[in-house]
Design a protein around this ligand. Sequence first.
Ligand code: 5RP
Length: 218
Amino acid sequence: MSVDTQKRAAAEAAVDRIEPDSVIGVGSGSTVDQFIDALAASDIRIEAAVAASEVSAARLRRHGIEVRDANSVGELSVYVDGADEITRHLQMVKGGGGALTREKIVAAIARQFVCIVDESKWVTALGDFPLPIEVIPMARSHVGRALVRLGGHPALREGFTTDNGNLILDVRHLDLSQPIAMERQLNDIAGVVTNGLFALRPADELLVGTDTGVQRFT
Ligand code: 5RP
C-alpha cells in the first residue's frame, strides 16, 4: 500500500469522528488535504470550519465549506490534523508545512484532537524529524544561538515565510526525550513564536493508516 493510500485510509476514518452540523478545526498538510476531500465527499455536512493554514482554508472553500475566524467561534468539537512524528503518548512533532502556530492555536480551542498519519510517522521517540520553530525575523540570530546552547543545530528554512509573516528554523539534534520540558524551555526563548513540539497538548486520538487497515490509539 502506498503512503498516499495509508494517508487516505486514516483521513477517511477521521470523517467518522465528525458530528453533523458542528464547527470543526482543520489542520494542514497532505493528509489533511485528503481529510478535507473525504469530508466533502461524505454525507456529513458541517456548519463551518476553522482552518490552520491559508492553503487548507482555500481547499475547504473550494468544496463549499464555510471557513470561520478562530475569534468568532467558541470551543470546537474536534480538530483533525496530521503530524511529522507521533509517539504512543500521542506527543508530536509538527510544522513540516510551517503552519505550527495556527495549528497549536486551533488545537487549543478544540475538545478533541484527532491525529491522522501514515505509518511512517509512528515513532518510538521524537527527534529524527528536524524540529520546526517559528521565529520573529529580528530574533533569528538570537534564537539560533540559544538553540545551539541547548545542543541543537538550527537551519533557516530558505525562501519560506509563515502565514504570520515569520521565519522557520528547523532544528536537528535537540534532545526531545522530555518533550514537555523541552516545549516549555523553547517557548521561553525571546523571539520564539511557537515550537513544533505538541506535548503539553498531545492528541486525544491517533488514527494510523497501515497496510492492514487503520489502527486506533487513545
Ligand atoms: C504542517 C504539519 C503537518 O501536519 C505535518 O507536516 C504532516 O504533513 P503531511 O500530512 O503532509 O505528511 O504539521 O505544519
